[in-house]
Design a protein around this ligand. Structure first.
Ligand SMILES: C[S@@+](CC[C@H](N)C(=O)[O-])C[C@H]1O[C@@H](n2cnc3c(N)ncnc32)[C@H](O)[C@@H]1O
Length: 180
């Protein structure tokens, strides 16, 4: 059906046809009604080659802090936290269903794999939240277990023999009922 035959394409106050020779853009701007006064609106369009290119264009600048992006018409909300993991999680309020820990090898990067990280994960986890990580390092295994996660080994990827995965099994009630 042509746009001009559409039921909603009728009774406009003004219709402007536009063509931009440089870009090849053709547009029809249809103003329904300005009875309540003038208004200014706008829309942007850009043809991306694929979804990865569109996502890259949305990627925030390298500025520390929280960045939020709305995708798929608002059905997906992406929150990116740029900064040291401990600081970022300390200021986060969330209810995570799943974690993937991908922060360089613990031996080379001990600043990331701290007990504080695992305690934040516990605080921010929904009951039964799952985790996975490429590493099978003992400190990580123990830290996660101390934070209440059941930790299991699984076959690793590539050159890694093992990796870890598991789920939160203990999450104490933050407001326990007073005993009689
Ligand atoms: C192996 S890369 C993985 C990145 C991402 N998962 C990917 O696949 O592209 C490790 C990432 O962990 C980040 N990282 C390492 N230590 C960190 C820390 N203490 N706080 C926050 N991010 C950290 C690094 O900046 C790097 O982006």
């Amino acid at each position: 059906m042509s746009v001009f035959a559409h039921a909603e394409f009728d009774g406009h106050e003004q219709i402007v046809h536009a063509f931009d020779a440089d870009t090849g853009l053709r547009a029809i701007i249809a103003v329904h009604n300005t009875a309540r006064g003038p208004a200014v609106g706008g829309c942007r369009m850009w043809p991306y080659t694929d979804e990865a290119a569109a996502l890259t264009a949305l990627y925030p600048p390298p500025v520390p802090g929280f960045h939020r992006r709305h995708l798929a018409g608002g059905r997906v909300v992406l929150t990116l936290l740029f900064g040291p993991v401990e600081d970022m999680l300390a200021s986060l309020s969330a209810r995570a269903d799943a974690w993937y820990l991908d922060g360089f090898a613990p031996r080379a990067n001990p600043d990331m794999w701290t007990p504080a990280l695992f305690q934040h994960m516990r605080r921010l986890s929904a009951p039964g939240a799952r985790f996975a990580t490429f590493t099978a390092a003992g400190d990580v295994r123990r830290g996660l277990a101390e934070a209440g996660f059941a930790v299991g080994k699984a076959p690793g990827f590539g050159r890694k023999r093992d990796c870890l995965r598991g789920e939160l099994i203990a999450k104490p009630d933050p407001h326990p009922a007073a005993s009689p």
